[in-house]
Design a protein around this ligand. Structure first.
Ligand code: HEM
Length: 414
């Protein structure tokens, strides 16, 4: 595999971001004005949006950047099998979009067969993650010691494997016709929530520290194992309160609060190197701090049950996935592609911060409507307009990523 391949995978990930963000805008349009006739199945399209974001945007980009930095740590060229794994991940992740578009996790009629296309493609994606985990273990075992970024990736990948059990469970339920709502919700949130909070957050923290490690000396002491253990049971909080018993809630809420505090530790350490961070990364770190703060607020008795009856879940999800994760990932990609120093590209970063920040504020307002009443329709429509900005930025950065290489790559590849 050549260095240009890392660039190619980042380019595919940006394309996935463009398509998934445009689909997000379509969904927002549907909430404000009604879905157009050619996109009538809102729930299925929401699945197409979230799965392409998870598999094609975040996972593919995280893996490409982990391979890049890991090769610098080991000082070894990556084997060809990494290229096969990344190619497989890229193709399967893009296929998730058409697979979910028509019927989500339901059955699709193809000829005489009724196939759970969404569940099948999720499981195939899962196989590519297992291959990634195995290759990662094979490559990283050559390290004489495991520095902070590698420790974070180790645990991120373990949580990825754990969360993939949820996708397998969902497929098992579709195939076996299982009806238990508790199991269905447990599997769904084990997959969606642990994937996001566990895999994305730890992998991304590892990447930020690897990136900073090229500029500063890394802090000696930051939480990794405890953070991973605290994050593991938090997915129960994504489920409906009607399905979660009080003891289960408190285990998850206390673990979540602890994870919030440990994330603050990372945020505080990152802020000490504020001067090295581009604005997009600073914005992302700010959104991570908001995520940590919300984990503490959930500990207040009654807040969780109350919030589940509001629109706050959508705000909470997008603060983590768009505000923190996608902003930090985009900042790292801009740097990797050698675009970070171009003046007008910096303005794209500001546009992203404005669009995403505005959309998040509107989603928060929608969640707190009972305290600050205005027309919900007005807010929904304003959120649609603001959503065009990140989709537009994704499109422009994707186009820029197709230009010939500007950055002198230091990735060690065959
Ligand atoms: C361009 C920015 C984005 C827009 C406009 C957008 C829009 C939306 C909309 C309208 C919904 C449905 C909300 C509802 O039904 O009330 C949604 C759900 C969701 N989005 Fe996004 N989104 C964006 C970015 C992201 C990103 C970056 C991710 C993940 C990496 C993501 C993951 C999800 C997930 C997991 C759900 C919930 C799916 C479910 O419950 O089935 N979104 N998004």
């Amino acid at each position: 595999m050549q260095a240009s391949k890392v660039r190619t995978y980042l380019s595919v990930a940006l394309f996935a971001l463009l398509v998934a963000a445009s689909t997000g805008s379509l969904l927002r349009f549907g909430l404000g004005w009604g879905m157009p006739a050619w996109a009538a199945n809102y729930t299925a399209i929401r699945h197409a949006h979230s799965h392409l974001m998870y598999f094609g945007w975040a996972t593919l980009a995280l893996m490409a950047l982990i391979w890049h930095f890991l090769s610098l740590h080991t000082g070894r060229a990556l084997p060809r099998s990494v290229h096969w794994q990344m190619g497989m991940t890229a193709v399967l992740s893009l296929l998730s979009f058409p697979a979910f578009w028509a019927n989500g996790y339901g059955l699709t009629q193809i000829g005489s067969a009724s196939l759970p296309l969404g569940a099948i493609i999720s499981s195939l994606n899962g196989l590519a993650w297992y291959l990634f985990a195995w290759l990662y273990w094979r490559e990283s075992r050559h390290l004489p010691r495991r520095p902070l970024p590698v420790q974070l990736w180790d645990w991120a990948i373990l949580l990825l494997l754990l969360s993939s059990g949820g996708a397998l469970g969902l497929m098992g339920m579709v195939v076996s016709g299982g009806q238990s709502l508790f199991l269905q919700q447990t599997f769904l949130h084990l997959f969606l929530d642990l994937f996001a909070v566990g895999w994305f957050t730890l992998a991304l923290l590892g990447l930020l520290w690897a990136w900073l490690g090229e500029r500063i000396e890394l802090p000696r002491r930051l939480p990794v194992l405890l953070l991973a253990l605290a994050i593991a049971p938090t997915f129960f909080l994504g489920m409906s309160p009607a399905l979660v018993s009080p003891p289960l809630f408190w285990v998850a809420a206390v673990a979540n609060g602890l994870a919030g505090l440990l994330l603050f530790w990372h945020v505080a350490a990152l802020l000490r190197h504020w001067a090295h961070l581009p604005w997009l990364m600073r914005f992302a770190v700010g959104m991570l701090a908001v995520h940590g703060l919300m984990a503490l607020v959930v500990l207040w008795p009654g807040v969780w049950e109350w919030s589940s009856r509001t629109q706050l879940r959508v705000y909470f999800l997008h603060n983590l996935l768009l505000g923190w994760m996608s902003s930090a990932l985009l900042a790292l990609i801009l740097d990797r592609l050698g675009l970070g120093k171009i003046q007008w590209v910096r303005w794209l970063g500001w546009a992203w911060i404005g669009g995403v920040g505005g959309m998040l504020l509107l989603l928060l307002w929608l969640g707190l409507l009972q305290f600050v009443p205005v027309s919900a329709l007005l807010l929904l429509r304003a959120a649609t307009w603001s959503s065009f900005v990140p989709a537009g930025v994704a499109g422009l950065v994707w186009l820029l990523s197709l230009r010939p290489n500007q950055a002198g790559s230091r990735t060690r590849l065959d």
